[in-house]
Design a protein around this ligand. Sequence first.
Ligand SMILES: Nc1ncnc2c1ncn2[C@@H]1O[C@H](COP(=O)(O)OP(=O)(O)OP(=O)(O)O)[C@@H](O)[C@H]1O
Length: 327
Amino acid sequence: MDATIEVRGLSKRYGAAVAVDGLSFTVEPGRVTGFVGPNGSGKTTTMRMILGLDRPDGGTALVGGRPYRSLRTPLCRLGSMLDAGAVHPARRARDHLLWLARANGIPARRVGEVLELAGLAEVARRPAGGFSLGMRQRLGIAAALLGDPPALMFDEPVNGLDPEGVAWIRGLLRGLAAEGRAVLVSSHLMSELEGGADHLVVIGRGRLIADTSVAALLAAASGGRVEVRTSARRDAMTVLANAGATVAAGDRDAVTAAGLPAEWVVELLAGAGVPFSGVAGHRASLEEAYMELTRDAVQFRARSGDDPAGDTESGGAVGGPRPGAAS
Ligand SMILES: Nc1ncnc2c1ncn2[C@@H]1O[C@H](COP(=O)(O)OP(=O)(O)OP(=O)(O)O)[C@@H](O)[C@H]1O
């Protein structure tokens, strides 16, 4: 069964506001693809269009080569969690899943399996209305897994969870990808995806900013920078800047220099009598790489904040979550 999710030239406007703007990317089987962008950048809208919940103004979204709405057993092709709160509060967890299973021709014994997988077996007979946020997320995930689908999609699944919940979801997603499934997971925080995603689709204002492996993104963001630990930060910065490096103060006793090989940095500092305790190639964090990629979107946000008559269309695309937003 083809698990690939394919988005081609997808666009969506709400009135004058462009939510998604000619977006194309592919979610491949066997890896976790992180779908990242600032609040309001179009992640939920894209996922809704993949599920046929919103009609695109342009472009297509295919699941295993077909539009989601044309699938005969959709839960068995693409499992998803967009809004973990979308469960009737009086309905027990097990009944909610049984109802979904029955409506989709899935055997009832699968309900017990996904309750186990999601760690909800003990609370299966409790009404979902009394569930904590973490338990509701687990129930949403159990529902997504119900049809044992080859492709899965989760909108901000770790939003608001404690570290244990975050680690659990991260492990689960990695396990699903290791089984050969295509997994798309959105977040507005790159740090939430650190150690969890293999590949990243980064968007800003509804447009594609990057479609890259995590390894390639980190390598590019780390490129050519050397980090120096020194008790004489100002002297080190002066010496290295005079030699042509672009320098920046890092945390505590760190200086980052770009444009000079590490050996030259050592030579220059030693030659100038500047004390240092370490020189190493700088390893960017995923968060740093992301900040670099989305700088334009963030600069825009600062501008629109200064300008009360600012362009609401684009301002909305990088602004805070709208009231009642699913994620
Ligand atoms: N039903 C709607 N009516 C009007 N505008 C909408 C609607 N849904 C989304 N938008 C707008 O479209 C843009 C994209 O929103 P979307 O929820 O897709 O972003 P997101 O990246 O998922 O954001 P977040 O990280 O906050 O969940 C925003 O400007 C939002 O206000």
